[in-house]
Write a protein that binds this ligand. Structure first.
Ligand code: CA
Ligand code: CA
Ligand code: CA
Length: 282
């Protein structure tokens, strides 16, 4: 409760004139995967699952050679406004097929870009790799190999989860998952997604997860963030204060239009126009 209402009103008006938001609010959005794939361990890196309904993480059984699978997943964070502060990050994956057994699966920040081709198979053995598929040996088949077969990622997982029976699993929020997404919002060119690494010791530890191609059960990245404070003089809210803001202001001249009433005094007039000119960014 404000003891002196007029003083508080002035503070709010001042805050508005300085471009400060009177209320800090958080937004939450759910992003889906924009590409996902499986690195299937084989000596030549010829097998892939770029367009499959699933990706895999862990070690397959002896009959399948006891080899490893590692998932790759990337979400597009560009709908989070630049300058936002990320506060909560959760990655939800639907694990849809498994042998009995509970194993730890880790989400590791990928450090190099990779591709998703059109290879398709129902099983974890994969199909012959197509152009730009990520495979065990290539980040873009058949021309660009990984420096080390099996992908490039941060050794320490950003989040881990103990995964047993089929169902939805939520990774995070952890400090490192938040840090990964903050980094991608601040430097979008560094977003290479995550490598999903399962247990690589025990036979038949492999877990099958639904990829973006699965539709409703595809990965979900849930991000809560505080957007940067908006500038009240930016009437059309496009990030700049310029002539484009004058048009809606003049159209609202003499009215109580909230967007164009920059000093919040109940009418759109010359004082609001002066504030636009003072905040002009071009
Ligand atoms: Ca895919
Ligand atoms: Ca504007
Ligand atoms: Ca006004």
């Amino acid at each position: 409760m404000c003891p002196v209402p007029t003083a508080c009103g002035s503070v709010f008006a001042l805050a508005a004139s300085l471009g400060l938001s009177a209320f800090v609010h958080a937004d939450t959005i759910t992003l889906s995967s924009v590409k996902d794939a499986t690195m299937i361990q084989d000596p030549t890196g010829e097998w892939a699952l770029g367009a499959a309904y699933n990706f895999y993480a862990g070690r397959v059984g002896e009959n399948a050679g006891g080899t490893f699978r590692r998932g790759l997943i990337q979400c597009d964070c560009s709908s989070i406004p630049a300058g936002s502060v990320i506060t909560i990050v959760q990655l939800k994956l639907n694990m849809s097929n498994t042998q009995p057994g509970t194993f730890t699966v880790g989400i590791h920040k990928s450090t190099m870009d990779w591709g998703e081709g059109t290879s398709f198979a129902f099983g974890g053995g994969g199909a012959p790799a197509t152009e730009n598929d990520a495979t065990w040996n290539y980040r873009f088949y058949p021309d660009v190999p990984w420096p080390t077969p099996g992908g490039s990622f941060v050794a320490t997982a950003s989040a881990t989860k103990s995964i047993g029976a089929v169902g939805w699993y939520t990774f995070g929020s952890t400090y490192q998952l938040v840090s990964d997404v903050q980094d991608w919002v601040d430097h979008p060119e560094t977003n290479m997604g995550w490598t999903v690494k399962g247990n690589e010791t025990t036979l038949q530890s492999v877990k099958r997860f639904d990829a973006r191609e699965a539709g409703a059960t595809q990965p979900q990245l849930i991000v809560t963030f505080t957007p940067p404070p908006s500038n009240p003089a930016d009437v059309n809210n496009d990030g700049a204060v310029n002539a484009l803001d004058l048009t809606p202001m003049l159209a609202a001249w003499g009215t109580p239009n909230a967007a164009a009433d920059i000093d919040n005094d109940g009418t759109v007039d010359a004082r609001d126009l002066a504030m636009i000119l003072a905040a002009w960014t071009g």
